[in-house]
Design a binder for this molecule. Sequence first.
Ligand code: DON
Length: 312
Amino acid sequence: MAQAQAMQRVVEDVVDEMRQRSDRGEVASYIPELAKIDPRRFGLAVVDAEGRVATGGDAEEPFSIQSISKVFTLTLALGKVGERLWTRVGREPSGSPFNSIVQLENEKGIPRNPFINAGAIAVSDVILAGHQPRETLGEILHFLRHVADDPAIAIDNDVAASEQRTGFRNLALANYMKSFGVIENPVHLTLGVYFHHCAIAMSCRQLAMAARFLAHSGRDPSSGHSVIPAERARRINALMLTCGHYDGSGEFAFRVGIPGKSGVGGGILGVVPGKASVAVWAPGLDASGNSRLGRIALEALSRRLGWSIFGA
Ligand code: DON
């Protein structure tokens, strides 16, 4: 009980500190629907190993999870094809922006990792195989609702349509990969899955709940049920640490010291192995397209709660 109160107090302190800051960064505008979001929104949720939840600010407000969804589609793709996934996508940091095309030509259409846009499009293609896009999206939502223990999670169709209308770079990436045979389904179907899973809306609480299996060796810590093998959880966490913030991944590891995955909706999902899962939402972004205040908040939280995986 005392521990729950202490965690809630730290969360509230961090929310108060972040409210006072004015250096919020810029809300993403290349997806027109996201440009409408109020940059002052801020939410934070932590779920610990005992299932205690601490929340603050707009933690219950659903927002566009965007690239955070790539953690869950990667989990599904590994469940579907296992190690064969690594013939279609690499697992090295790119050091490049999330929507970059430059490495694809030299590397024969194989994206560097599953979290840059090209890699996540290839992952969408893998989970689409043998299905209609509607079925694949149903499977993604079903998985998220299951791990978050919340049936209310849904796709924001306005955001999906907004990105579908303007996603010319993603269209270029998908067509380019298709020319190397890395994309197997018709490009418009694969991109339909990709745009819609990026447009899933979730709150900080739902995201932190959904990532419990990554923080607890592949198991749901409340029921003890296995979601994925422990080794797979460990590897997904490794990819989040090395690639989850694109060309800002080194800085995030340096400052926060935990596996994390960002999205241009301003969310960051963090995993503290054995201890907790955490989600933060602050829509203003830095130059790499990662939440600016979100990273600062996680840095403060990590320091206070002794979360860094690199030592006290
Ligand atoms: O494809 C895109 O550009 C977006 N749907 C997702 C990009 C994203 O979230 C990058 N993360 N910070």
